[in-house]
Design a protein around this ligand. Structure first.
Ligand code: SF4
Length: 300
């Protein structure tokens, strides 16, 4: 059951992180207008099962007036409202209050803050921590999102023999991460990658919507465009079997997708998302409605 809609309010970001699965940067294009936000919120109401609206990006605070008004309108429509931010602008407690207080008054209740070495290196008193502290004082549910550089951890089997290497850190090897963080990491045979680890492709509980109208079931996989057809209708009629990418992924994960697309995968991939992302990028011109926007694939 769909319970959350996540707005990619803008693709633009003040950072350009290696682990970004949307390939965002200061040069990225694409930002919602307030009218477009309103249209999506109305459709979200029609769906009837949506409880929570998130505004994220990119960095949503780069368009602060839009973010503030979007939160207000989402709250007025009865949704719980959260944001995902890198705490841009929280250079001191007083400064963080300048932007967080109005957001809290407008109806924000959840504050997820990217706080890791990709964003802030080793800085211990960084804007992310400041924003969380101020957010907590404002009674927001404030918590960090921490992704560390990938690190190989050897697993031992019960008999004391070496088992599979697993990779710690939390990065998802899709988007820019597939291009920048995978070198030198151990791989698994592509034929073993038979399950999507993160998304419920049959009955998604959340989708991401972007300023181009795409509804992403995973970053860069669109299940419809809500500027062409109402969001509620797209969600009503969605089934993976009617989708050239989600169908094979649902049936047998990225390995099945590579087979269905007649690709010739390399021997091994770091994980499921790595194979999935690189396979999709190979056929992006064949499925322009389903694999979009190109910028999420690092293609200009
Ligand atoms: S396997 Fe593919 S669809 Fe599933 S989470 Fe990874 S990139 Fe997304």
């Amino acid at each position: 059951m769909l319970t959350e809609i996540h707005f990619l309010l803008t693709y633009k970001c003040n950072f350009e992180c290696d682990h970004c699965f949307l390939y965002c940067s200061p040069k990225s294009e694409g930002t919602f207008t307030i009218q477009q936000v309103d249209d999506v919120l109305e459709e979200a109401q029609k769906i009837g099962t949506i409880k929570t609206i998130y505004f994220e990006g990119g960095e949503p605070q780069l368009y602060y007036p839009l973010l503030l008004e979007s939160i207000r309108r989402a709250k007025q429509k009865g949704f719980e409202v959260g944001i995902v931010t890198n705490a841009y602008g929280a250079i001191s407690e007083e400064d963080a209050s300048l932007w967080l207080e109005p957001l809290a008054e407008a109806g924000l209740s959840v504050l997820s803050v990217s706080d890791d070495s990709f964003h802030y290196g080793d800085e211990s008193e960084n804007p992310a921590k400041i924003a969380r502290e101020v957010g907590s004082k404002l009674n927001l549910n404030a918590f960090p999102i921490c992704i560390d550089p990938p690190e190989v951890v050897e697993m031992k089997s019960n008999q004391g023999e070496k088992g599979h290497a697993i990779i710690a850190g939390g990065a998802k090897f899709r988007g820019r991460a597939a291009d920048t963080l995978t070198e030198g990491l151990p791989t698994r045979p592509w034929q073993e990658l038979r399950e999507c680890p993160d998304e419920d492709l049959l009955t998604p509980s959340r989708v991401h919507v972007d300023p181009y109208g795409n509804i992403h079931i995973c970053q860069g996989i669109s299940i419809g465009n809500f500027w062409e057809k109402p969001l509620s209708e797209i969600m009503d009629s969605y089934h993976p079997d009617h989708h050239p990418i989600c169908g094979p992924l649902h049936k047998g994960g990225p390995a099945e997708l590579a087979l269905a697309l007649n690709l010739e995968p390399d021997e091994g991939y770091v994980d499921e998302c790595h194979l999935c992302f690189l396979s999709r990028r190979q056929v992006i011109d064949k499925y322009p409605e389903h694999l979009t926007p190109k910028q999420v694939y690092g293609i200009k």
